[in-house]
Write a protein that binds this ligand. Structure first.
Ligand SMILES: [Zn+2]
Length: 160
């Protein structure tokens, strides 16, 4: 784990599994207003990791913002399935989504970005999803998302 604090902002690059031992939970999250986590190298999260994560993020200061960058698909899944996994004031700026080629079964992972491939619901406007056309690197066919689009983008809906 690499961390860089600057006043009330902190940037952390996470690596490996999120479990009971993850060092990130030692960070005093309540001391920061702007918390940016790069998740690209996170491998998985177990149930204790989920529990620790939620009790850690609930200690965030009022009005503080949590930004998650380059989330693996498993983390986006948690955000959608586990109520309260991310606080209200949070944003996933990008995540990795799996695509599958029907023609040759080749799999590719693509980074989807906020403001390009999706937009959060806000000011009564619904969320938006604009999946790119993904071309199979092996056979040139158009690939299909290997995930349930509706469910995966559930995190974009306005939190009530
Ligand atoms: Zn193919």
């Amino acid at each position: 784990m690499i961390q860089k604090a600057n006043g009330d902002a902190i940037e952390v690059i996470l690596e490996g599994p999120i479990s009971e031992k993850t060092e990130i939970f030692d960070i005093k999250i309540q001391n920061f207003k702007d918390i940016k986590l790069n998740m690209a190298k996170v491998t998985f999260i177990n149930s204790i990791g989920v529990k620790n994560w939620i009790s850690w993020t609930t200690r965030m200061a009022t009005g503080a913002k949590l930004t998650l960058e380059e989330c693996p698909y498993v983390i986006v899944n948690q955000v959608n399935i586990v109520h309260g996994f991310v606080p209200k004031n949070s944003v996933i700026t990008s995540f990795f989504a799996p695509f599958l080629c029907d023609a040759c079964s080749h799999e590719q992972v693509l980074k989807l970005e906020n403001g390009v491939h999706y937009k959060y619901a806000q000011n009564q406007l619904p969320h938006e999803v604009n999946l790119p056309e993904v071309i199979c690197a092996k056979c040139g066919a158009v690939m299909e998302p290997d995930f349930m689009v509706d469910k995966t983008f559930g995190f974009l809906k306005e939190k009530t």
